[in-house]
Design a protein around this ligand. Structure first.
Ligand code: GCO
Ligand code: MN
Ligand code: MN
Length: 417
């Protein structure tokens, strides 16, 4: 029975912190990114060469050490990578050592950190029918061993979060995979990685990254909700959380801010991939805030007011139209937009008219328990008595002022307040 293997009772789960407003105190005025803002980029993001399914590369490859220097100049905190972004697949151990030394020298010179790393389990032809969920056990063993190596590389460079994105875990021909078995094997792979991390004392946490499709027709763990439920079935559920991505939930037509809020609520927001995406389009990975600016605002407001201390990672790339200068404009733009939206979020909280609209909408009242006396028999009776005395017609006819509140958000974002 794949589900009867562990006890993850609430006993060892830390108590949920109440929804809070703990603003990080950043001087915002200049919107200049600085390391303390904890912005990170993947080597694959600023290093994106513009290749797409229809066209060739338009930019030359970017040397990882150059990426480190440029990102540090721009005020980023860190850089993340897939194993093969840094060490090309098939490198000898001598080449590997030389590459890592060169990369480390750049990190030491700039102070840039490596907060997260991951494995490329999607580019090699061997993963064409899946990696850790391929039907073929040999392919799965190859994938898990590659992941162990990548976890070692991540640890070597100080990463505290290890992202697992199942780029090829999925199917086009529905009859070719039994989804329940695929989930057994997915769980097995995550359990193996947790044991590997524990055995070596790496102290790393794993963040699963859901995505509905692309490159596969349908991918396993398609949304944040699916992944949260999956974590409950793992051997080491406390070691595993989420790396939700703006584009991925948006591709599913879902509200990304709600997905992040629920991940926070479950204490499972371990990392985040920020970018921009329009519903119904291909996987766009645009500059943060370039589409869906209102969604981006609500997201930043959530992250900044929740006291979440994770990395603000951008998993995005410059438009294919851009040359190298455009790439750095892109990176700067992601960070500036985040800082501008964080400033807007503060203003939102300081604006007396918005405060009034929030009061009319009763936003703070959601924190009041429905049954202040708890769930016991007496409290339930008390709730009944209170309900019996209510004026249903009055409750049903009153307006909530959401139009005014929402328009105030628009006006704040359009810069007229
Ligand atoms: C994608 C994914 C990837 C992952 C990366 C880290 O849509 O291609 O978002 O960029 O985030 O592979 O695991
Ligand atoms: Mn993506
Ligand atoms: Mn991503």
């Amino acid at each position: 029975n794949p589900t009867a293997h562990h006890q993850s009772g609430p006993a060892h789960v830390p108590p949920r912190e109440p929804a809070c407003h703990q603003w990080v105190n950043w001087p915002m005025s200049s919107f200049e990114p600085r390391p303390e803002h904890h912005f990170t980029f993947g080597l694959w993001t600023v290093g994106n060469t513009g290749r797409d399914p229809f066209g060739h590369e338009v930019r030359p490859p970017l040397d990882p050490a150059d990426a480190v220097h440029h990102l540090a100049d721009l005020g980023a905190y860190g850089v993340n990578f897939h194993d093969n972004d840094l060490v090309p697949h098939g490198s000898t151990s001598a080449e590997r050592a030389r590459i890592i030394t060169r990369f480390r020298t750049a990190l030491d010179a700039t102070g840039l950190k490596v907060p997260m790393a991951t494995t490329n389990l999607f580019s090699l032809p061997v993963f064409r029918a899946g990696a850790v969920t391929a039907n073929d056990p040999d392919v799965r063993r190859f994938a898990v061993a590659k992941t162990f190596d990548a976890i070692g590389l991540a640890a070597e460079l100080g990463a505290e979060v290890y992202v697992m994105w199942g780029g090829r875990e999925g199917v086009e021909a529905e009859a070719a995979t039994d989804v329940r078995l695929a989930l057994d094997r997915y769980k097995e792979a995550v359990d193996l990685c947790c044991e590997h991390i524990r055995h070596h004392g790496y102290g790393m946490r794993i963040a699963l990254e859901p995505k509905p499709n692309e490159p596969r027709g349908d991918m396993f763990l398609p949304t944040v909700g699916h992944a949260l439920a999956f974590i409950g079935e793992l051997e080491w559920p406390d070691m595993v959380g989420l790396n939700p991505e703006f584009a991925h939930e948006t591709m599913s037509g879902l509200n990304f801010t709600h997905a992040v809020a629920q991940a926070l609520w479950h204490r499972k927001l371990f990392h985040i991939d920020l970018n921009a995406q329009r519903i119904g389009r291909y996987d766009q990975d645009f500059r943060f805030g370039s589409e869906g600016i209102r969604d981006a605002f609500h997201l930043v407001r959530l992250l900044e007011s929740s006291g979440w201390d994770g990395m603000r990672h951008f998993d995005a790339h410059a438009y294919r139209t851009e040359d190298r200068d455009g790439v750095w404009e892109f990176a700067r733009g992601c960070m500036r937009t985040y800082l501008i939206l964080a400033e807007k979020a503060r203003r939102f909280d300081d604006d007396p008219e918005i405060a009034d609209a929030l009061a009319v909408a009763g936003v703070a009242d959601l924190a009041l328990p429905t049954s202040p006396g708890g769930t016991g028999a007496e409290a339930r009776e008390e709730l009944r008595r209170a309900a019996a005395g209510l004026d249903e017609a009055a409750l049903a006819t009153r307006g909530h002022g959401h139009e005014r509140l929402d328009q105030l958000v628009t006006e704040l974002l359009l810069g007229v307040r």
